[in-house]
Structure formats: structure tokens, C-alpha cells
Design a protein around this ligand. Structure first.
Ligand SMILES: [Fe+2]
Length: 319
């Protein structure tokens, strides 16, 4: 395998386009994000962690515009601009928080932004739920009461790309973004047919989420889903009840994945783009040994419902 040009630190944001920012903000607020800034043309939403925005919506016909990743340095952006074929020049980001970016086209033609120097924001206060489970006793003379309310999204966590061409797409993200494969899933009868590839950021000995980008085989190319971490399982369930009552379209959940092990819940936004809530991911570092597992093991829920066809088919328009 070729050496990566750079190794990105983490995912930064998703950039979508929607025809009504009011409707977009209502859904995203009900989903558990909070408004960071809104102009006539653009809506910036954040979580409770320090990122100024993790979800950007531009006004216009529905489309997935790009996904952004944080680089370690401006020198890394320059390396990409020089070495990646089709890369833009180094550009200033004309949006809140500033920063610099380089734009790339990945294997399927989707736009990837690699950014650096975006100013952080102060984290938002959030009340931590205390659990008396297992050996833990942390709630005393304090009654557990969970209201039905939007979840409190912490941060953006990963994206899943649908494509007929899994292997070249994975080769591209490894070469340009420095991802490493945590686990692959193969067709039940043919080990050489990769159906899904789970890739994480390479931070050496530091632990990171099991995957920051998954590439899944699909007849169509597009965004399968974008994923956000919430506070804990009660926060996830209360958000689930809230979104159900508000009549949004549910896709899949609540369950626990096998690869990555997150407790998950998937919802469609008003334009059919799938947004995931999760909590409790596996964390891996460079000691992890890769595994190749059959579909019947890798893509099963450990508990909860199995994936509906609608989830497997999802590929929101990108081009
Ligand atoms: Fe996911």
C-alpha cells in the first residue's frame, strides 16, 4: 500500500443543502443539535463539545455537498494541495470560526474538505446522568427521572458512503486521509467480495472510535448516513421517544451494532438523509488486529432489530 499523504485527526462536519432552513433547523434541533449561527443562506449547528459547528446546511435544492476532516497542521493542508491530484489550492474558510481548507474529490467524485485552524467554542453545559449499575454507585438520594426531550448531541462521529466500488474507495481514503481499516465484512460465500469496510483515524497509540468512515457496497453511490454521538443510553432513548412523538421518519433501532459496538438509532431528515444517534463505541488504537468477518457476523445487531432493506439501500444524492 502507498504511504498516506497525510493522516487526518478526526471528522469535522457534514455540509448539506436543503430548500428550507427553517424546516432544517427544526429537524436538527429536535434531533439534538443546537444552533451556532444562521444567515439567510447558511445554518450552522453544533453539539455540546467544543466544535463551533458539526453540521452545516446551505440553502438550495437537496444535496449532500461535502464531508470535512480536521488536519493536524496547515503544513498538512499544503502537502495535500501539492500532492493530491485534483486538489484545490489552500483556501481561507469564509465562515464562522475561520480556518483554512483544501478541497478534494474522492474516488466516487464526492467533495471532501480537509480543514485546519477553525476556532473552537466553549463547550455547552450538560447534565450527566448518574448510574447505579454494575459495580458503579454514583447516584445517592437523587431519583432517576428522564423526560421526553431531544437528545443532547456531543459531536459528529462518522459517515458511511455507499458505492459499487468499495476497494478503490477505501484505497483513496487511506492514501489521502491516512485511515486504517479496523474490520472488513465479506460476502457470505466469497471472501474476496468486500461488502463493508470500517476505517478509523490513525492516531498511533491513542484510542479513537472504531470507525470514522465506513464504505458499504451499494448499487448506487451516495451518503448512507452521518452519525452523531449523544450523552448516554438514556439520552438516546429520550431523543427516540421525542422524535417518534414529533412524527419524524424512523429507519432502524434501537440496537447494538457488532462492529464498533455502538448502541444506535437511525432517523431520516425531512429530505431523506439518514442521521444516526449512538452512544458507547468501541475505542481502538494501533494494537488492534484487523479482522475479516462474514456478513452474518459483522453486520448483525447484537441485540435489537436487524437492519431493514431501507437502511441497506440508503444512498442520498451527492453528485
Ligand atoms: Fe453508523
Amino acid at each position: 500500500m502507498q504511504e498516506p499523504i497525510i493522516k487526518v485527526r478526526d471528522i469535522a462536519w457534514i455540509r448539506l443543502r436543503s430548500p428550507d432552513l427553517e424546516v432544517a433547523e427544526k429537524f436538527l434541533t429536535d434531533f439534538g443539535l443546537q444552533r451556532s449561527e444562521r444567515t439567510h443562506e447558511t445554518l450552522y449547528m453544533r453539539g455540546t463539545d467544543i466544535d463551533r459547528h458539526i453540521h452545516i446546511t446551505e440553502l438550495g435544492s437537496p444535496k449532500v455537498l461535502s464531508i470535512a476532516f480536521h488536519a493536524d497542521s496547515e503544513a498538512d493542508l499544503r502537502r495535500l494541495a501539492e500532492r493530491a491530484s485534483g486538489a484545490s489550492d489552500l483556501e481561507s474558510l469564509n465562515q464562522p470560526g475561520g480556518g483554512k481548507r483544501v478541497r478534494l474529490r474522492e474516488h466516487n467524485g464526492f467533495e471532501v474538505e480537509v480543514v485546519h485552524g477553525v476556532a473552537d467554542a466553549a463547550p455547552l453545559p450538560v447534565e450527566r446522568f448518574r448510574y447505579n449499575t454494575g459495580p458503579s454507585r454514583e447516584r445517592f438520594a437523587d431519583l432517576a427521572r428522564v423526560s421526553t426531550a431531544p437528545s443532547h448531541v456531543k459531536r459528529i462521529a462518522h459517515v458511511v458512503i455507499s458505492t459499487p466500488e468499495v476497494k478503490p474507495t477505501v484505497a483513496w481514503i487511506q492514501r489521502h486521509l491516512g485511515f486504517v481499516t479496523s474490520d472488513d465484512v465479506h460476502d457470505e460465500d466469497d471472501k474476496s467480495e468486500i461488502l463493508a469496510s470500517f476505517n478509523r483515524a490513525d492516531r498511533g497509540a491513542d484510542f479513537v472510535d472504531h470507525h470514522v468512515m465506513m464504505v458499504g457496497r451499494n448499487a448506487r453511490t451516495g451518503l448512507n448516513h452521518v452519525s452523531f454521538e449523544v450523552q448516554d443510553i438514556d439520552d438516546l432513548w429520550s431523543g427516540h421517544e421525542y422524535l417518534l412523538q414529533a412524527d419524524y421518519r424512523h429507519c432502524w433501532g434501537i440496537g447494538r451494532h457488532t462492529l464498533g459496538s455502538q448502541i444506535f438509532d437511525y432517523w431520516f431528515d425531512p429530505w431523506g438523509r439518514m442521521h444516526e444517534h449512538w452512544t458507547d463505541s468501541d475505542l481502538l488504537n494501533n494494537e488492534h488486529s484487523y479482522s475479516l468477518v462474514p456478513r452474518s457476523q459483522g453486520l448483525r445487531s447484537q441485540w435489537g432489530p436487524q437492519a431493514p432493506q431501507e437502511f441497506r439501500d440508503a444512498a442520498s444524492t451527492w453528485l
